[in-house]
Design a protein around this ligand. Structure first.
Ligand SMILES: Cc1cc2nc3c(=O)[nH]c(=O)nc-3n(C[C@H](O)[C@H](O)[C@H](O)COP(=O)(O)OP(=O)(O)OC[C@H]3O[C@@H](n4cnc5c(N)ncnc54)[C@H](O)[C@@H]3O)c2cc1C
Length: 455
């Protein structure tokens, strides 16, 4: 039976926006981080408009109730895990998208999927570049809140590079409009960038204005296999030093084998590592960009190199790489890393991860957006085995420590969420952490927005 506070909230929201059925609530507790636990929220609000979000946050402020903003729940960092006695504020029903081809912009509500934004842009003859591997299932609001990356970000940048304007609702219910529709805008501090990547802890994104691009030329794709991961790492650094591919993705042997088991596409499961590189420049220049990648792979010990200008065939190799996380998840429970290092340190990182795997007697499948030094070592373990779980947790920390020791970051695109929180202060230092707390205190003084996440 809903309590008096929820009855009050229900009275202020459209019919059916407030969900209190425990069976339905259960579907909003977890995300894709494989976290063993999540809270039991009191209710879920499925907002239909900015006003619903404002109503909900005003109510939450009045009653001091924690609110977890939620897009599609594909966080790999535990960012959208529900909290006990809180509210999940789902944006999944706010999905409208309009495209203005003359201005080369899209205005999207936060629940629109990344793939839907891409499709809308395409129908206007334009392109929205950021392409997380989850693009078919994650929301644009979630992408903004995590500053999501993806394969093409090595050349085209990450979500924040496409955000021209935002509408954000603060914890107290005020709606702010930040930025706008112009490509250049330096009026005041660039506050929209403060909210991009803030993981639902500073405000709720209710509308986003995105810059669109002309579509690129058809891609030429190269794939290379290597006897060991170190050679692949050296090839990555060489390719990145010589040019700017439109994608440069890596899978190690464990990942290749797991993907092959699912897709049966003839990948070489005996290789130590597998690289996919792409050029989208088109014509002779595209072919020569790929020839340069091929040459870097050969001179760094590639066993086999193959290239194709057949767009569909190239897309199959990219789809194989996108399949890596679900494929490796079949091996056991997976803790998903998201470390990033400067490009010259790629080989030290991938070889160091292999050493950590051996030392901690734990399977780690390494995949990543190699061209921008961002890797997702997937730490595999059996949660039913306490000793294996302990080893995996230690390995998970060791990978982040390694990335930090190489001048890198604990998270390149997934966010801190709950999983990487214990390592954040070490990376940022006391003064920067203190500034984070001050900003949080200013924008969300009661601490109701996504508590326990990010900072
Ligand atoms: C198979 C797989 C592959 C992936 N590949 C990539 C990849 O290549 N690159 C990448 O960057 N990520 C990747 N991800 C992670 C994930 O898809 C992204 O982090 C994505 O941006 C999350 O979007 P979402 O809608 O699912 O957000 P959610 O999981 O719902 O939320 C994520 C965070 O954003 C906050 N949030 C969500 N919506 C809003 C809003 N409207 N306002 C304020 N805060 C909000 C939440 O509170 C939470 O902190 C992958 C995930 C999977 C499962």
């Amino acid at each position: 039976m809903p309590d008096a506070e929820l009855v009050e909230l229900a009275g202020r929201l459209p019919a059916a926006a407030l969900v209190t059925d425990p069976d339905l609530i259960a579907g909003y507790r977890f995300d894709r981080s494989n976290a063993p636990r999540a809270g039991w929220p009191r209710a879920v609000v499925r907002a239909t408009c900015t006003q619903d979000v404002q109503t909900t946050l005003r109510w939450a402020t009045r009653h001091r109730i924690a609110v977890v903003p939620r897009g599609a729940g594909t966080s790999l960092a535990g960012g959208s895990l529900a909290v006990d006695d809180g509210l999940v504020l789902s944006l999944e029903r706010m999905r409208a998208i309009t495209v203005d081809p003359a201005a080369a912009i899209a205005v999207a509500q936060p629940g629109a999927l990344n793939a839907e934004v891409k499709a809308a842009a395409s129908s206007g003859g334009l392109w929205y570049p950021p392409d997380p591997s989850s693009f078919a299932i994650c929301s644009i609001g979630g992408n903004v809140a995590t500053n999501a990356g993806g394969a093409c970000c090595v050349k085209y940048g990450v979500t924040t590079d496409y955000v021209l304007g935002l509408e954000v609702v603060l914890a107290d219910g005020r709606a702010l409009r930040l930025g706008g529709q112009t490509v250049k805008d330096v009026a005041g501090y660039d506050l929209k960038r403060l909210f991009v990547g803030s993981e639902g802890t500073l405000g709720v994104v209710t509308e986003v204005t995105l810059r669109l691009m002309p579509p690129p030329a058809a891609s030429v794709t190269m794939v290379a296999t290597f006897p060991d991961i170190g050679s692949a790492g050296r090839a990555v650094t060489a390719i990145a030093a010589h040019g700017r591919p439109s994608a440069l993705e890596l899978m190690d042997q464990v990942a290749v084998t797991s993907v092959e088991k699912r897709l049966h596409m003839g990948l070489d499961t005996g290789c130590g590592a597998f690289l996919v590189g792409r050029s989208d420049v088109g014509g002779d220049r595209g072919r020569s960009e790929v020839a340069q990648m091929v040459s870097c792979c050969r001179s760094h010990g590639a066993s086999e190199v193959y290239w194709t200008d057949d767009e569909d065939e190239g897309e199959q190799f990219m789809a194989a790489r996108r399949m890596a996380i679900p494929a490796v998840e079949r091996l056991g429970t997976v803790l998903i890393e998201d470390v990033g290092v400067p490009l010259p340190a790629v080989t030290d990182l991938v070889e160091g991860i292999a050493t950590i795997s051996t030392t901690h007697e734990t399977v780690i499948a390494t995949i990543g957006h190699a061209g921008d030094g961002n890797f997702h070592p997937l730490v595999v373990f059996d949660r039913g085995d306490p000793a294996a779980t302990k080893r995996a947790e230690r390995a998970f920390g060791a990978v982040m420590d390694l990335a930090r020791s190489l001048g890198g970051t604990i998270t390149g695109e997934h966010g801190v969420g709950t999983l990487k929180r214990p390592w954040l202060a070490d990376q940022l230092g006391d003064d920067v952490m203190a500034l984070h707390y001050q900003l949080k205190e200013m924008l969300d003084p009661l601490g109701i927005l996504n508590p326990g996440k990010a900072i």
